[in-house]
Design a protein. Structure first.
Length: 279
């Protein structure tokens, strides 16, 4: 019998894999249902000008309200990409965020918007029209919208991705490279994509001031941004020393729990209504 012949292990693997596939499919079905039921929501994290401490933009971050809990994107963006749901979900995110920020701007709040994109979205048919539609319907000016992509956008189908991103730029929207510094070919990508913003990966900020190499690299990225005329945003600022170090290095913008955590739209409205930031 299989077990006595050492096949037992294989059966366990097969059962485990089966359970995982079923779990994945169930999750994907739940995600589809959640989109239909309106169970996704957006939080907004302020991006500040480090010199003036003014909030200049917000980054939209998606959450899934499942029962009483708020599920973080790490748990569902991957599965949403695999199932293709990221395309309609991404469109919902874009439209929701554009509408919200357009309302804030109409209330005389001079603020910009950043939205994360997944590669699958960018390469999907009619993506450029989707962005154009979200802008048109919300009335948000294209120049106020930054689309964040990570370097992996150039791995799957670099020619097509560059083509799409150029078409997006022609709409007038801006592009940011997210998690900059993690990919091995970051500098080459900068030239190819002609981005407006680089967002320094939090792993650099974490060791800022304590690790000499990381500190030097961070300083180099900031100077590179200055030389190229590209906006630099430091991500993951959690401690006052990090903020001070970044300021002393001339880093233009920052984002992180020290400045403000991601919050629901109402939280942002309270902030602008006078609560202010602790800087
Ligand atoms: P990201 O685009 O790099 O977003 C920044 C992440 O860092 C957010 O996590 C934010 O909550 C977190 N963060 C901000 N400041 C700090 C800090 O000081 N310390 C720490 N430890 N974390 C900080 P979140 O919301 O869980 O999102 C994780 C990732 O999921 C995002 O990374 C992005 O790649 C993806 N994601 C989020 N929302 C969307 C979306 O609407 N569409 C797509 N395609 N991806 C999204
Ligand atoms: Mg981002
Ligand atoms: Mg990202
Ligand atoms: Mg990032």
């Amino acid at each position: 019998r299989a077990k006595e012949q050492g096949g037992g292990r294989m059966e366990i693997y097969a059962a485990d894999m089966h359970a995982r596939v079923v779990g994945r499919l169930e999750l994907q079905a739940q995600l589809r249902q959640a989109l239909a039921d309106g169970d996704f929501t957006l939080e907004y994290q302020p991006v500040v000008d480090l010199e003036s401490s003014q909030v200049t933009a917000v980054e939209a971050l998606v959450r899934w309200r499942r029962g009483g809990e708020s599920v973080m994107p790490e748990e569902f963006i991957g599965p949403a990409e695999e199932s293709g749901l990221i395309v309609p979900l991404g469109e919902w995110i874009l439209r929701e965020a554009c509408e919200k920020v357009a309302v804030w701007r109409a209330a005389d709040w001079d603020i910009e918007l950043s939205v994360n994109l997944s590669v699958k979205q960018i390469l999907s048919p009619r993506f450029v029209e989707t962005v154009a539609g979200a802008l048109e319907d919300s009335g948000l000016p294209a120049r106020v919208l930054t689309l964040e992509v990570d370097e992996e956008v150039l791995l799957e189908d670099p020619g097509e991705a560059v083509e799409r991103l150029s078409a997006l730029r022609r709409l007038g929207v801006r592009l940011a490279i997210d998690d900059f510094g993690m990919g091995y070919a970051s500098l080459a990508h900068l030239r190819e994509l002609r981005v407006d913003t680089i967002k320094i990966d939090p792993s650099f900020i974490r060791d800022l001031g304590t690790d000499g190499t990381v500190t030097l690299l961070t300083h180099t990225i900031i100077r590179l941004g200055q030389d190229l005329g590209v906006q630099v945003v430091a991500e993951g600022i959690e401690r006052p020393e990090q903020l001070e170090k970044l300021r002393s290095m001339g880093c233009g913008h920052g984002q992180g729990f020290l400045v403000a955590r991601p919050m629901a739209a109402e939280g942002m409205e309270a902030l602008v209504g006078g609560a202010g930031l602790p800087l």
